[in-house]
Design a protein around this ligand. Sequence first.
Ligand code: MG
Length: 172
Amino acid sequence: MLDKKLEKALNEQVVKEFYSAYLYLAMAGWFEEQVLPGLAKWMRVQAQEESCHALIFFNYLCEKGVQPVLGAIDAPPPKFKSATDIFKAVVAHERVVTASIHAIADLAVQLRDHATKQALEWFVAEQVEEEASADAMLRQAQRLEDEKALYLLDKDAGTRVFALPPLLAGKI
Ligand code: MG
């Protein structure tokens, strides 16, 4: 049995993860428009990963015998100023997501729901990685002083490839 408060929080987290995917896809669109295909690819991969996060929460609700209730996803900002501005927003957004996952973990501990607490551990570790990679991209973007540096960062970012999280193997 899943406590109603946890059920609500997990349903909301599905929406938050899809919003993340939506936000990063919007950022990919901005990079495409700027003719920076590598950074656009990096954001497309990021968006795919976020959709996977949403599905992991969705699957967990199903496994617990709860029908997921999908809420509305907000529209992401339509415009961005620069690569630095974008990665600042990514770092800030990932911090919000981390706080949200920690709050659900706190609730699971409070309710002594060890299964949910354990399911959240993958996300707690994933958020450490998400914040670190966003911060590394921000620091690289801030170092950019010329077009050549931006070109090199774009080339490097374009090597990122999507990998399905093992948790979703055979489950999408
Ligand atoms: Mg996520």
